[in-house]
Design a protein around this ligand. Structure first.
Ligand SMILES: CC(C)=CCC/C(C)=C/CC/C(C)=C/CC/C(C)=C/[C@@H]1[C@@H](COP(=O)(O)OP(=O)(O)O)[C@]1(C)CC/C=C(\C)CC/C=C(\C)CCC=C(C)C
Ligand SMILES: [Mn+2]
Length: 315
């Protein structure tokens, strides 16, 4: 549904309102938790996040969808090249379909939105075309920055900063406010590391291992065992190590939330808390990420809202 359509040469595009509504629908259908978080934001911000969400989702689907699985890497690489050229046109104010209309309007409304994180995300999807192993955490971290840290950068520009919290902090005396970029990237990386841990089994079935091979060796666990789904004490130790690392990224990210604008802190706390709970679900499942999908129920997600609100007000 989100694949690049065969765009006819002459086609009338949707109005901005209709375009945002299409992005809203896609976000609501594909990403219930993110959608729920955006409903806590003022309308302009939530619309912008929907437009960005749709662009990110389409970028991912260019290499990671049923249709993409039938194509070879060279063709997929060409699709990404074309998508990147189209991105340049979007930043030049030239939409090509209805979803683009919303993103072009968002780029116009938020002139600080930089094209580079969008390019970096495309580069992250390119990595999936030519590699299915990561030797070190440093290599994996770059992948996570590209496919997910970039989302933090894009979203933070939309959310904006809380200048009064900035002025109150003794650490900031004499410095001009800046966006909490490092923390925003950390939230994206934390989310992606969590995704990776949740999806170990699914990725293995596609011949992919996103856990750093240096970590497998460190815990004396082999690729073959991962493919067989061996869940013994070595695996549990390896997983505890990975979960601890992901949690460190959540903690780093959460230190930056105070500096976001008042109207964005609540949704970001909610998103961060509910996503990090997937790690708890993995623990509850005794680290069996081979046969059981760790998830957080809607009821649990809703229970995060009052706590997130309190943190947004107090912290
Ligand atoms: C200071 C501070 C903490 C600021 C907050 C910054 C912020 C809002 C960060 C959000 C980071 C975030 C939500 C990252 C998303 C990471 C993610 C899920 C990436 C997915 C990549 C690839 O995954 P994979 O292929 O393994 O998984 P699938 O099975 O295919 O799902 C992505 C799919 C890349 C594309 C990303 C998206 C589609 C998500 C985009 C989300 C938004 C724009 C919403 C962000 C807004 C809020 C309110 C959380
Ligand atoms: Mn994907």
């Amino acid at each position: 549904m989100l694949q690049l359509p065969e765009t006819p040469r002459i086609k009338s595009l949707a109005s901005v309102e209709v375009a945002y509504e299409s992005c809203r629908q896609v976000t609501a259908d594909f990403a219930k938790s993110f959608y729920l978080s955006t409903l806590l934001m003022p309308v302009e911000k939530r619309q912008a996040i929907w437009a960005i969400y749709v662009w990110c989702r389409r970028t991912d689907e260019l290499v990671d969808s049923e249709a993409a699985s039938k194509l070879d890497s060279i063709t997929l690489g060409q699709h990404l090249d074309a998508w990147e050229e189209r991105l340049e046109r979007l930043f030049a104010g030239k939409p090509e379909d209805d979803f683009d209309v919303a993103l072009v309007e968002t780029i116009d409304r938020y002139p600080d939105l930089d094209i580079q994180p969008f390019r970096d995300m495309i580069e992250g999807q390119r990595m999936d075309l030519y590699r299915n192993r990561y030797e070190t955490f440093e290599e994996l971290d770059l992948y996570c920055y590209r496919v997910a840290g970039t989302v933090g950068l894009m979203s933070t520009v939309i959310m904006g900063i809380n200048e009064s919290a900035w002025d109150k902090s003794p650490w900031n005396a004499g410095r001009a406010p800046y966006l909490p970029i490092k923390e925003a990237v950390a939230l994206g990386v934390a989310n992606q590391l969590t995704n990776i841990l949740r999806d170990v089994g699914e990725d293995a079935r596609r011949g992919r291992i996103y856990l750093p091979l240096e970590d497998l060796r460190r815990f004396n666990y082999t690729e073959a065992e991962l493919f067989q789904g061996v869940n013994d004490e070595r695996w549990k130790r390896l997983m505890r190590f990975q979960i601890r690392r992901a949690r460190q990224y959540f903690v780093e990210a959460e230190q930056g939330i105070t500096f976001l604008n008042d109207d964005a802190r609540w949704p970001v706390w909610a998103a961060s808390m509910t996503y990090s709970w997937i790690l708890r679900a993995i623990e509850r499942n005794q680290y069996d990420v081979f046969n059981r999908r760790a998830y957080v129920s809607t009821k649990r997600k809703l229970s995060a809202l009052p706590v997130a609100l309190m943190r947004a007000k107090v912290l």
